[in-house]
Design a protein around this ligand. Structure first.
Ligand code: HEM
Length: 379
């Protein structure tokens, strides 16, 4: 009990710190109005980092320097460049970049809300192989990551390509596919209800994409918690990020093919899935059930909330890897804390961890390239 209380306090502290660092402005779970989401405006203007035209130039002369008009302008912590990334990277070269991405994602998610989950997952799968470099988008049949077994049910490729075409028309050879994917995942998450978080840009696109690498690296449900911890830590993330980002499974669906391993284990008595829920999943996915999908959060499948953790506490996790987070001593306390804290605690922390996901191991400067089309490397 004492450990749990300590963890809860730690979580609240972390969230308070992250809210301050991110400039979220209080603990509002819906910063939409302030961030320009209502009218589909470019968020840059409303975020406070678009309006200031700095004197010095940032990487590749794209703006985003530190100088302000008439006096010293100290950037807020979240605006400072990290590993070659900068909030003002496209300020001069493509000022409406964020607006273009945001409007396209909003329109697509309004037409089909399931796309929000798919874009978040696409972003994660891209990250999983050598960081966010848009390698998942390269389309070489049978060979690139897109054709891996782990990528079979990924969606959202066409939307990213459409956004890229619009950006090429307006700012030729400027905005990388990796930055587009990062912004699209953020906008998909906020459309689903996650608090807005500001992004830094300047990622470059990778030139390599190998299906086998995706199958080797992307966690798909058969891993142990040790495997997952190792995967996250080797990519610069923490156990907290693992537990928080797994909470993405509060929306979206899993194919029966992904659910079956947990059900098989159940027969052996390995997992503690609630009986009635297991019966439901078996009916849906047991024999055959190819092409069938189940919601990852059976209780509130379309709400981005902390129900995922509550489900784990009741033995209602869908994937084997999700179910393993509760009984493991490294992750149990966090699962319990997120389940018992107000949902906003999880939601704010999710925004933090997504930001980290998009900043880990990225290509910047002269590395990689800026693709002309997201589906193909440049000639
Ligand atoms: C920790 C290890 C993870 C494992 C083992 C895992 C595994 C899976 C699996 C097997 C599916 C179902 C795919 C299908 O059958 O179509 C899925 C769906 C999903 N995953 Fe994960 N995942 C993990 C982490 C993450 C992370 C870090 C994110 C995002 C930050 C994420 C976001 C999603 C979303 C949103 C869906 C639903 C996609 C949709 O409805 O189109 N997952 N995941």
């Amino acid at each position: 009990m004492r450990t749990f209380l300590a963890l809860s306090a730690l979580l609240l502290l972390l969230v308070a710190t992250s809210v301050a660092a991110n400039g979220y402005g209080g603990n509002s779970a819906s910063p939409g109005a302030g961030d320009g989401y209502g009218g589909g405006d470019a968020p840059a203007a409303a975020d406070g980092y678009g309006g200031r035209d700095d004197a010095s130039s940032g990487p590749k002369g794209n703006g985003g320097g530190d100088g302000g008009e008439g006096g010293v302008y100290h950037k807020a912590a979240y605006e400072k460049p990290v590993d070659g990334l900068d909030a003002g990277f496209y300020r001069k070269s493509c000022p409406d970049m964020e607006g273009i991405v945001q409007r396209a994602v909003r329109k697509a998610v309004d037409a089909d809300y399931t796309l929000a989950a798919s874009l978040i997952r696409l972003f994660f799968h891209d990250f999983a192989v050598e960081g966010t470099d848009a390698s998942i988008l390269i389309d070489v049949p049978g060979q690139s990551e897109k054709y891996a077994e782990a990528s079979k049910t990924l969606r959202g490729f066409e939307l990213i390509e459409e956004i890229k075409a619009e950006l090429e028309a307006k700012c030729h050879a400027t905005v990388s596919c990796a930055d587009i994917l990062t912004a699209a995942a953020r906008d998909a998450a906020t459309a689903a209800g996650v608090p807005y978080w500001p992004l830094k840009y300047g990622r470059r696109d990778g030139k390599d994409s190998v299906a086998g690498e995706a199958d080797r690296r992307v966690p798909m449900g058969g891993q142990s918690v040790t495997d997952l911890v190792r995967f996250f830590e080797s990519n610069g993330l923490t156990i907290m990020d693992l537990v928080v980002l797994s909470g993405a499974h509060t929306i979206g669906c899993a194919s029966c093919g992904a659910v079956r391993p947990a059900l098989c284990k159940l027969k052996g008595g390995a997992a503690a899935m609630e009986r009635r829920y297991a019966d439901f999943l078996r009916r849906k996915c047991g024999a055959g059930g190819e092409g069938e999908y189940v919601e990852l959060d059976g209780e509130t499948p379309t709400e981005f909330d902390n129900q995922y953790y509550k489900n784990l506490m009741r033995g209602r996790g869908v994937l084997d890897t999700d179910m393993k987070l509760l009984p493991d001593s490294r992750t149990e306390g966090l699962v319990r804390a997120f389940a018992n804290q107000p949902s906003q605690v999880f939601e704010h922390q999710f925004a933090q961890s997504m930001r980290k996901l998009g900043e880990a191991q990225v290509l910047t400067g002269n590395e990689g390239e800026v693709r002309r089309k997201c589906s193909a490397v440049n000639y």
